[in-house]
Write a protein that binds this ligand. Structure first.
Ligand SMILES: [Fe+2]
Length: 197
């Protein structure tokens, strides 16, 4: 038995939470997302290649209030875990809808001026794109040995499966991308930024 002592000093935390009743919430959200697209079929182009993306103010619309509450309630748990002082509050500052169909994807990016960011999955068909998270310290990639096994302790990137009703939260500075959806049926998600206060 080795007496080597190990500490993970500057870990990158990702938080996952599955909604307790995703079917009801997602039926409402999908309808609201479809209505937004009907009103603005062109949408905006930011990290998306193909697909459709809404303006980033949907958090101010009443039909997305339950989604905002789910994120902010989860951020209260994150705040507890991080031992943030009681008087600090986290709120969703911006949020936007993404529809990706066959071959649509989102290029690698970070979310500027955002303490935490994330995504909530409204609709996930078979072979929908995955979120791929990259090490925010790219210097590690410059010099490294070959590894017998790759896992969270030594990898440079990691993909995570989407699932309807799942919320994923990560620091805004963490680079990420969305791999192509390989299904004619659309994938629908809501991305967001959380700020302090
Ligand atoms: Fe993003």
């Amino acid at each position: 038995m080795s007496d080597l002592q190990i500490t993970a000093l500057f870990p990158t935390f990702l938080f996952f939470k599955d909604h307790p009743d995703p079917a009801t919430l997602n039926a409402q959200l999908l309808e609201a997302c479809n209505r937004l697209r009907e009103r603005d079929p062109k949408g905006v182009g930011i990290s998306n290649r193909g697909g459709w993306q809404s303006d980033d103010d949907i958090n101010e619309r009443s039909e997305f209030a339950l989604f905002v509450s789910f994120v902010e309630d989860t951020m209260a748990e994150v705040k507890e875990f991080l031992t943030v002082e009681d008087q600090v509050t986290f709120r969703v500052a911006t949020a936007w809808v993404n529809f990706n169909a066959r071959r649509d994807y989102n290029v690698k990016h970070v979310h500027g001026n955002s303490f935490f960011s994330g995504v909530y999955y409204v609709k996930v068909p078979e072979n929908a794109g995955h979120i791929k998270i990259f090490d925010p310290n790219p210097v590690r990639m410059c010099f490294h040995p070959p590894y017998k096994e790759v896992g969270p302790h030594n990898c440079f990137s990691q993909e995570f499966d989407p699932a309807e009703g799942r919320l994923v939260i990560f620091p805004g500075y963490v680079p990420h991308e969305v791999t192509p959806t390989m299904n004619d049926e659309e994938r629908c998600s809501i991305a967001f930024n959380v700020v302090i206060g």
